[in-house]
Write a protein that binds this ligand. Structure first.
Ligand code: SF4
Length: 377
């Protein structure tokens, strides 16, 4: 949106030094959410990395120039050494984020969170009140999570809400956006439902394409309003969408309606961004030390940090999936192969293709754009 308001020159391609690592440090969770990709439960899982092992891996990640650690779970706050790990992460200069369901952030827990000074605290909300509680399978979860968010906000920590949209909660999106406004929340992360983990079992519940477009229109309109507020009053709010790289293409269609004169410039910027970056700029380590191309590839392991260094695992393109993900451009078939916006989207989410068709290089079945919108009609 800032590029629409004040275009900047294209500049050189930005290459992050290493991938952002999303680290599921623990599988245990106090909730059993409908869309959980890690299929967690409120019990201890055997064989998880010890504190010393986690520290050793952190050294490897630092050496590999990983810029950011997103500490996740399960529920990361259930890990007894979470604050030891977090403090070390901050000390080592990682951008350190905590990804929590928020229900355990009461006053004493919050004191520990404040001491660490996380760069970002992300809390998942699936809707307002009862909708959220139903998704989280726990009455009162919404109130607990919101109380946690408020504590973080009041202390000046950067806090965001993460929302995964499905047919059962899309009605809550406008209300959630109002909540983000009223509560002074810094960031809103909109996630499309992916087909992995518990999400895979709920594939039939996935949001319909028109509903997705309506949601994206609402988000883009909201972002543009905030861009105007930023210019007028310096109010900054961040919006991110995830798990569907067709969003970049849909942004162009939104622009065509709202600011057609900006399409060309934004198209160049989006193409430079290049779409999906699983296995390139995003990495995942699970609770057992297995490394995956991202969090949605838990059924596919490319190595284990107990056996090989992260650098070795991540750089090894003898693995066919990693070779394919790192190829530029990726070789993707079907609609994606024919799509005129492939350079913007990169063929979207390979795990959806793999889970639907068995072929990770088939078209992404989660593309919500029509043949006209991808230029193949
Ligand atoms: S057809 Fe494929 S490459 Fe084109 S926008 Fe859809 S998901 Fe992306």
């Amino acid at each position: 949106m800032q590029e629409i308001a004040a275009p900047t020159p294209l500049g050189p391609v930005r290459k992050p030094p290493g991938p952002v690592v999303i680290w599921n440090l623990i599988r245990r969770c106090n909730l059993t959410c409908k869309h959980c990709y890690s299929i967690s439960a409120d019990k201890d899982f055997a064989g998880e990395l010890s504190t010393a092992e986690v520290f050793g891996v952190m050294d490897q990640l630092k050496a590999f120039k990983v810029p950011a650690l997103i500490l996740s779970g399960g529920e990361p706050l259930l890990r007894p050494d979470i604050f030891e790990i977090s403090a070390r992460s901050k000390q080592m200069g990682f951008f350190t984020a905590l990804s929590s369901n928020g229900t355990l952030i009461d006053a004493p827990m919050f004191e520990r969170i404040r001491e660490i000074g996380y760069d970002y605290v992300g809390v998942s909300l699936d809707g307002l009140g009862a909708t959220h509680d139903k998704f989280r399978r726990k009455e009162g979860a919404f109130d607990l999570s919101l109380a946690g968010i408020r504590l973080c906000r009041e202390a000046g920590l950067k806090v965001g809400v993460r929302y995964t949209m499905t047919q059962d909660n899309f009605r809550d999106l406008p209300g959630l956006l109002r909540l983000v406004e009223n509560e002074g929340i810094d960031r809103f992360y909109f996630s499309h439902l992916n087909y992995a983990g518990r999400g895979n079992k709920n594939r039939k519940d996935d949001a319909l394409h028109q509903m997705t477009k309506d949601a994206m229109d609402l988000l883009f309109d909201t972002c543009w309003r905030y861009e105007e507020l930023r210019q007028q009053r310096g109010i900054v709010k961040e919006f991110t969408t995830g798990n569907n790289d067709a969003d970049g293409v849909y942004l162009l269609h939104w622009l065509q309606r709202r600011f057609p004169e900006k399409v060309e410039h934004i198209r160049k910027k989006l193409a430079q961004w290049g779409g999906n970056s699983s296995g390139v700029n995003v990495a995942n380590i699970d609770n057992l030390g297995n490394v995956h191309p991202d969090t949605m590839w838990w059924h596919y392991t490319i190595g284990n940090v107990r056996q090989r260094s992260f650098a070795d695992i991540w750089s090894d393109t003898s693995d066919p999936l990693m070779a394919g993900l790192k190829a530029h451009p990726r070789k993707v078939g079907g609609r994606c192969g024919a799509c005129i916006h492939f350079d913007i989207c990169g063929g979207n989410t390979r795990v959806r293709a793999q889970q639907m068709s068995g072929d990770p290089w088939a078209e992404d079945p989660g593309c919500y754009l029509s043949d006209e919108e991808i230029g193949i009609a």
